[in-house]
Design a binder for this molecule. Structure first.
Ligand SMILES: *Cc1c(COP(=O)(O)O)cnc(C)c1O
Length: 388
C-alpha cells in the first residue's frame, strides 16, 4: 500500500540533498571542530558555513546563531537563559496558553524557581491580543514568549505588533518559530524579536538539531556548561553532520519558500473545501486566513479523532488528532481547549499538515476515503443518535 504522509507538522522526511550534504561529516570529515589539524578545521568551516546559511534565512548576523539539539532546547535556553540572567531584577514572564510544551513545561518549572508566569488567553481563532500583552507587562517583566505559528491549529500570531509593545517597555521578546521558519517569511527584524527558536526536522532536515537566535546585546545565561563552543553559550562537541544538515535546509528554504507556500496552500484549501462540503458537522479550527500554508485542522463532530486517525492509518494515510493519548486517559489538546472548543469537539479533531512531497492525487484520495470512514464511525456513534 502506498503511504500518504500528511503529518509534516510532527516531523518531515529529510531532503535527499540534505542527507547528501551531511554524509561526508560522518566519515571523511569527522574531525572535532575544536581541533587545530586539517580534518578538524574542515568541520569548523562546515559549521560556520551552516551558521551563515541559517543567519541568512532569518536575516540575522552569523554570531547571533547558537546551534542546539532542536526546538525544545532552544525554547529552554531562551526562557531559562533570560530568567537566570535577570539576577533578581525581575521575576515575571509572559507567555500564551497555546504554546508548545517546550515553552509551557519550562514555564511551569520556572514557577517552581520563584518566577511568576502569566499565561495569556487566545480568541476563538487562537490569536493572542497584543493589548493583552501590553496590559500584562509590569515593571517586573523580563521576557514575553509568544510563538510565531501554532503547531496544532496553524494560527500565525501578530508577533511584530507585540514586538512594538515589548520594545517600548524594554522587555525581551522570544518567539518559538519552529513551525514557521522556512515556511512563511520569518526574519528577526520584521518580527522584531530578540530571541527565536527553530528546528531542522520541521523543515526537511534531520532530527536532533536546531538553533536559537539571540540578538546582539541580549543578556542570556548558558544552561549547558562545559567547553567554550558556541561563544561559550552552549557547551558540548558540535553535532557536525546535523548542523551541516540544518545549514542545507536553510539554503534550500531560502530558494523556494514562496512558490512552495503557494502550491501547498492550494492543496490545503482543496482538502479543506472538500471536507467541509462532503461531511456534515465539520468545522475549521484556527484562523481562516492568518494561518500556516500547510496546516488544516478540522473538527468532525460525532466521530472520534483517534478512531478516524486509526482508520485512516489502515488506509495508509498519516495525520494526527487533537487529543494526545497519555497513559489511560485521553486528554483533549490544551490548544483546542484554549480556543474554546468543548471536549467533544476537541476529541473529534484531525490535523492534516502538508509538505513538499504532497501531491494532488494524495489529497483526492483522502477526500475519497475520509467521508466513508466518518459515515461508518457515525453509524456506531451514540453521540449522533442522541443528537439526532
Ligand atoms: C516540534 C516543535 C518544537 C520542538 O522542537 P524539537 O526540535 O522537536 O525539539 C517546539 N515548538 C514547536 C512549535 C514545535 O512544533
Amino acid at each position: 500500500m502506498k503511504r500518504i504522509y500528511l503529518d509534516y507538522a510532527a516531523t518531515t522526511p529529510t531532503h535527499p540533498d540534505v542527507v547528501k550534504a551531511m554524509l561526508p561529516y560522518f566519515t571523511s570529515s569527522f574531525g572535532n571542530p575544536f581541533s587545530i589539524y586539517a580534518c578538524g578545521q574542515d568541520a569548523k568551516e562546515a559549521i560556520e558555513g551552516a551558521r551563515a546559511s541559517v543567519a541568512a534565512l532569518i536575516g540575522a548576523r552569523d554570531e547571533e546563531i547558537i546551534f542546539t539539539s532542536g526546538g525544545t532546547e532552544a525554547d529552554n535556553a531562551a526562557l531559562k537563559g533570560v530568567a537566570y540572567a535577570s539576577g533578581g531584577r525581575g521575576q515575571h514572564i509572559i507567555t500564551s496558553s497555546i504554546e508548545h510544551h517546550a515553552i509551557l513545561e519550562t514555564s511551569h518549572f520556572l514557577e517552581t524557581q520563584g518566577f511568576e508566569i502569566t499565561y495569556l488567553p487566545v480568541d476563538e481563532y487562537g490569536m493572542v491580543d497584543p493589548d493583552d500583552v501590553r496590559r500584562a507587562i509590569t515593571d517586573k517583566t523580563i521576557i514575553v514568549s509568544i510563538m510565531h505559528a501554532n503547531n496544532e491549529v496553524g494560527t500565525i500570531q501578530p508577533v511584530a505588533e507585540i514586538a512594538r509593545i515589548t520594545r517600548e517597555a524594554g522587555v525581551y521578546l522570544h518567539t518559538d518559530a519552529v513551525q514557521s521558519v522556512g515556511h512563511v517569511p520569518s526574519t528577526v527584524d520584521e518580527l522584531g524579536v530578540d530571541l527565536l527558536s527553530m528546528s531542522a526536522h520541521k523543515l526537511y532536515g534531520p532530527k536532533g538539531v536546531g538553533a536559537l537566535y539571540v540578538r546582539k546585546g541580549t543578556r542570556l545565561v548558558s544552561f549547558m556548561h562545559g567547553g567554550e563552543q558556541e561563544y561559550g553559550r552552549r557547551a558540548g562537541t558540535h553535532n557536525v553532520p546535523g548542523i551541516v544538515g540544518l545549514g542545507k535546509t536553510a539554503e534550500i528554504a531560502r530558494q523556494e519558500t514562496d512558490e512552495e507556500a503557494e502550491r501547498v496552500t492550494r492543496l490545503r484549501d482543496k482538502l479543506r473545501n472538500g471536507i467541509l462540503e462532503s461531511i456534515d458537522h465539520a468545522r475549521l479550527n484556527g484562523h481562516p486566513q492568518a494561518r500556516l500554508p500547510n496546516n488544516l485542522n478540522v473538527s468532525i463532530s460525532y466521530a472520534e479523532g483517534e478512531a478516524m486517525c486509526l482508520k485512516l492509518d489502515r488506509e495508509g494515510i498519516c495525520c494526527s488528532t487533537g487529543s494526545a493519548c497519555t497513559s489511560a486517559v485521553t486528554e483533549p489538546s490544551h490548544v483546542l481547549a484554549a480556543l474554546g472548543l468543548d471536549p467533544l469537539q476537541a476529541h473529534s479533531s484531525l490535523r492534516f499538515s502538508l509538505g513538499k512531497w504532497t501531491t494532488e492525487e494524495e489529497i483526492d484520495h483522502v477526500l475519497e476515503v475520509l467521508p466513508r470512514i466518518v459515515t461508518r464511525l457515525r453509524a456506531i456513534s451514540p453521540l449522533l443518535k442522541s443528537h439526532g
